[in-house]
Design a protein around this ligand. Structure first.
Ligand code: SF4
Ligand code: SF4
Length: 109
């Protein structure tokens, strides 16, 4: 399957996670793919955060959509986040991705 590339995806997602002061909570680009989160996830989501954040950086929307069940069943338990050496806000990033999917796929605000 050929994936569509949306070069503005990172910017669009960051906008959804921006507060009234203009600060964006979305910091997926800080991920350096170390794999620590992979080792700790109680659901065994082997590569979910780092895979998703990589796809966001590359603008691969179709690939992100293919992970919708996992994105919505993540427990937001923060096991991954609390051990991330880069301070990636994994659960907040996940919430923002859910927000984007709810708007695009399900027409929710
Ligand atoms: S632990 Fe942090 S830096 Fe490492 S792969 Fe996961 S999100 Fe990326
Ligand atoms: S927040 Fe989600 S991805 Fe991270 S360890 Fe928990 S279930 Fe896994």
């Amino acid at each position: 399957m050929v994936s569509r590339v949306n070069p503005g995806l990172r910017r669009e997602i960051a906008k959804l996670g921006t507060d009234e002061l203009g600060n964006s909570e979305f910091n997926a680009e800080a991920c350096f793919n170390c794999g620590t989160c992979t080792a700790l996830c109680p659901l065994g989501y082997q590569i979910l955060p780092r895979k998703l954040f990589h796809e966001v950086r590359l603008g691969l929307e179709d690939k992100i959509r293919a992970s919708i069940p996992q994105i919505f069943s993540c427990l937001l338990c923060r096991m991954c986040e609390e051990n991330c050496p880069q301070g990636v806000k994994i659960t907040e990033n996940m919430r923002i991705l859910r927000h984007m999917i709810n708007r695009q796929e399900f027409g929710l605000k």
